[in-house]
Design a protein around this ligand. Structure first.
Ligand code: URA
Length: 443
């Protein structure tokens, strides 16, 4: 087999066999296929696409390129959740404890932030002493004991995806639906879950800006899961504005704690309930969304969901007192209000601009070696549909003096992110569609 023939075959719109895709992924991983040939193949896929069978084969070759985690020693149906990313998305910190308290074991591997703000692992490190590095034995026994563990990804998971993603990033081939779907699903499959709930974001702050593209991506991922024997469903949720009010590591942990207390922002609480309901259904703990919601609400009301977070924090060496008293979490030296320049209704909040503002204040990594300031970030005071007076506070910036030189830039970003109009703006739906192996249900 020669790479050039496979590139030509895909370029001309033909299907590649599983064996041919395996040859490409193995060759690229080992170094016998060079970057330029893999880039040419990725561009051919960008234009010609791949069918569901090819996408599933590519996924499995990437999943098996490194460690495949075997979760079989953990009792019960292990359900994982993946969000395609966005600003202010702290759902994992709410969902893990919530779902675990309802009896579905959560053995979660999460990433650090690649974009403007921290990832789940960075956020959890705002809790003092919390360790995200457990060895496999500790990881499994913690989930068997308390139902929940969240750790960093193992160093050698899906190396082929890592290499290919890096190449796609510099060859304008990231935004290909089959390549994104196989990249995301290869990591989920290698992480070992039996079932997967995907939260595919749509809107200005999401990878996929339009609903139709988001549905296409969701369908490609659900098809992969189904083909490889992992029950998979996808919820299409809004990312046309940040989720919740807080953006930044400790600020997001505080908001997740508030949500587990039943006092969180309505949009975050609702998205978490929807995702958690599907996790319960796939985990065999409920047979309908209504039944799942009732069970989850009971776990929130009784404090068991919050308690589940506390137990995980304790088990992973963190200071659980910070969960009871979130004001003990890192706090910034300065809080600076950003005031609206004109009156009107908020019609848009560019999530990416808000993410950049948070990064300028220190909440994210500007380069891959930057050190995150766990206390930094911002709290939005107005969301889409709200009325704002001229001079009223729309957001509060949280920063330490070390980042004071970026204050004005961050303030301008926040002001630029807000679109304000004179006419009333309807609230946006939170969830647009549900994609299951049976079909697509639009709301
Ligand atoms: N996230 C991933 O993990 N892979 C992609 O290709 C795009 C987004």
């Amino acid at each position: 087999m020669r790479a050039v023939d496979l590139i030509r075959k895909k370029r001309d719109g033909h299907e590649l066999s599983g064996e041919e895709l395996g040859f490409l992924i193995r060759g690229y991983s080992e170094g016998s296929i060079p970057d330029y040939q893999m880039a040419a193949w990725a561009m051919a896929v960008y234009y010609q696409g791949m069918n569901a069978r090819e996408t599933a084969d590519l996924t499995m070759h990437m999943a098996s390129s490194g460690d495949m985690i075997d979760l079989s020693s953990i009792h019960g149906i292990k359900v994982d959740k993946h969000s395609t990313g966005g600003v202010g998305d702290k759902t994992t910190i709410v969902l893990g404890p919530l779902v675990a308290s309802a009896g579905v074991p959560v053995a979660k591997m999460s990433g650090r932030g690649l974009g403007h703000t921290g990832g789940t692992i960075d956020k959890l490190e705002a809790i003092s002493g919390f360790s995200v590095e457990l060895d496999q034995e500790q990881f499994f026994s913690q989930v068997n004991e308390i139902g929940l563990a969240v750790v960093g990804q193992s160093g050698n998971m899906t190396p082929a995806d890592k290499k290919l993603y890096g190449l796609r990033d510099v060859t304008a081939t990231v935004d290909s639906i089959p390549l994104i779907a196989s990249s995301v699903m290869s990591k989920k499959i290698a992480a070992g879950a039996d079932a997967i709930v995907l939260d595919v974001k749509t809107g200005s702050g999401a990878f996929m800006k339009t609903l139709e593209d988001s549905i296409r991506l969701a369908k490609a991922m659900v098809d992969i899961g189904t083909q490889v024997g992992r029950s998979t469903i996808a919820v299409i949720s809004d990312m046309d504005q940040p989720l919740g009010f807080g953006i930044g590591n400790a600020l997001e942990v505080k908001e997740a704690i508030a949500t587990l207390r039943g006092e969180g922002p309505p949009d975050l609480a609702e998205v978490c309930l929807i995702l958690a309901s599907h996790m319960l259904i796939l985990g065999g703990k409920a047979s309908s969304e209504e039944e799942a919601r009732a069970l989850l609400q009971a776990k929130l009301d009784s404090g068991e969901a919050l308690n589940s977070l506390k137990r995980m924090v304790e088990a992973q060496g963190g200071n659980a007192a910070q969960i009871d008293q979130p004001d003990q979490l890192p706090a910034a030296e300065l809080q600076v209000e950003v005031k609206a320049e004109k009156a009107g209704y908020v019609e848009s909040i560019q999530a990416e601009e808000i993410g950049i503002a948070a990064m300028l204040l220190g909440a994210g990594r500007e380069t891959k070696d930057s050190v995150i300031d766990l206390a930094a970030g911002l709290i939005l005071h107005k969301k889409i549909g709200d009325y704002v007076e001229a001079g009223e506070t729309i957001a509060v910036l949280h920063l330490n003096r070390a980042h004071e030189d970026r204050l004005e830039e961050a303030r301008s970003k926040v002001l630029e992110a807000y679109g304000i109009t004179e006419s009333k703006v309807p609230r946006r739906p939170l969830v647009f569609a549900l994609v299951t192996p049976e079909g697509i249900k639009r709301f």
